[in-house]
Design a protein around this ligand. Structure first.
Ligand code: 13P
Length: 252
């Protein structure tokens, strides 16, 4: 059966000492409780090694927020999937809407990144989601279908079964405006049906689909209670240990 997962996306926040302190706090909080889900933090590249040094991978998984679309070479400023894997991280967020919007990431680049992540033993947390205009004009299902088909459907079933999906409606990210639990459930069920068409029922049922976008302790329980919502990808609320743990505890 698929896993329930709460993953933090720290984005471009915290210095290294601040990040290490936050990771230690989250790690300690998890050691003192019995989480009913997998818990992951995805941190800036600079933080991967020092954060990995202070966490216990049996209670807290570590991921990067991106990786390059090449394995190595003359790509100044980029960080490759083998480099990320060599830090001890096991996950990588790919295709976040902020990367698609601000850094021009296309499905073509994302296919390369996904392939390199998988080759290097990293689990991609692959993000999809529509912008406000697409929500309002009713094209959101087709937009999300296209993102999944173009970014992932080149994979064989074995490769696809290693992917975690994150549905993040762009209009809900950092806006305080969460999708309702029903809106999230409708989309997650649709996504699962798209996966089933391509890979069959077993793969679809085993795929974890996380919700992201202004998820907080106050709305997490209602969202996670929906049958096709398997957890959350958390931005702002992952930067405060108490808030992040409040979301983790929504599964208790
Ligand atoms: P917020 O939780 O800050 O809305 O961000 C969601 C997100 O983009 C996680 O990847």
């Amino acid at each position: 059966m698929r896993k329930n997962i709460v993953a933090g996306n720290w984005k471009m926040n915290t210095t290294v000492p601040e990040g290490v302190a936050l990771a230690k706090e989250v790690n300690a909080a998890l050691k003192g409780t019995k989480a009913n889900c997998d818990v992951i933090i995805c941190v800036p590249f600079t933080h991967l090694v020092p954060v990995n040094d202070v966490i216990d991978n049996t209670v807290l998984g570590l991921g990067a927020e991106n990786c390059a679309d090449h394995a190595s070479g003359a790509y100044t400023g980029e960080v490759s999937a083998p480099m990320v894997a060599s830090t001890g991280a096991r996950y990588v967020i790919l295709g976040h809407s902020e990367r698609r919007q601000y850094y021009g990431e296309t499905s073509e680049t994302l296919r390369e990144k996904v392939a390199l992540a998988l080759e290097n033993g990293l689990t991609p947390i692959f993000c999809i989601g529509e912008v406000l205009e697409e929500r309002e004009n009713g094209t959101y299902n087709e937009v999300v279908r296209k993102q999944i088909e173009e970014g992932l459907f080149n994979l064989c079933a074995e490769g696809f079964s290693k992917i975690i999906l994150a549905y993040e409606p762009v209009w809900a990210i950092g806006t305080g405006k969460t999708a309702t639990a029903d809106q999230a459930e409708d989309m997650h069920a649709f996504i699962r049906s798209v996966i089933e068409e391509k890979y069959g029922k077993e793969v679809a049922e085993n795929t974890s689909i996380l919700y992201g976008g202004s998820c907080k302790p106050s709305n997490a329980k209602e969202l996670f209670a929906k049958p096709d919502v398997d957890g959350g990808l958390i931005g702002g609320a992952s930067l405060k240990c108490a808030d992040f743990m409040g979301i983790v505890e929504a599964f208790n």
